[in-house]
Design a protein around this ligand. Structure first.
Ligand SMILES: [Zn+2]
Length: 87
């Protein structure tokens, strides 16, 4: 169970369902304009997390590149190459 930390910030949802993330929060979490956030649900709570595309093979999110619409990491590319040359 993740312990929730209250920011003390209350925001109203507008007519289009939007809320503004306070600048202090964006600075703290290094969220820039046009960054993607992934929306999670935890019971009655909504959790926003910076979206990081993960490798389809190992779930690693480091230096992931997109290939034919799928995300793959350098490690898996390398092991793929190695397994192909071993044949
Ligand atoms: Zn991988």
């Amino acid at each position: 169970m993740v312990k929730l930390k209250s920011t003390g910030i209350v925001r109203k949802v507008d007519e289009l369902g939007r809320i503004v993330l306070p600048i202090e929060l964006r600075r703290t979490l290094d969220i820039a304009e046009k960054d993607s956030l992934e929306i999670y649900m935890d019971g009655p709570s909504i959790v926003l997390r910076k979206y990081q595309p993960a490798c389809i093979f190992c779930d690693d999110a480091k230096d992931v590149i997109m290939f034919h619409g799928k995300n793959i990491c350098p490690k898996c590319i390398k092991s793929l190459q190695e397994s192909l040359t071993q044949e």
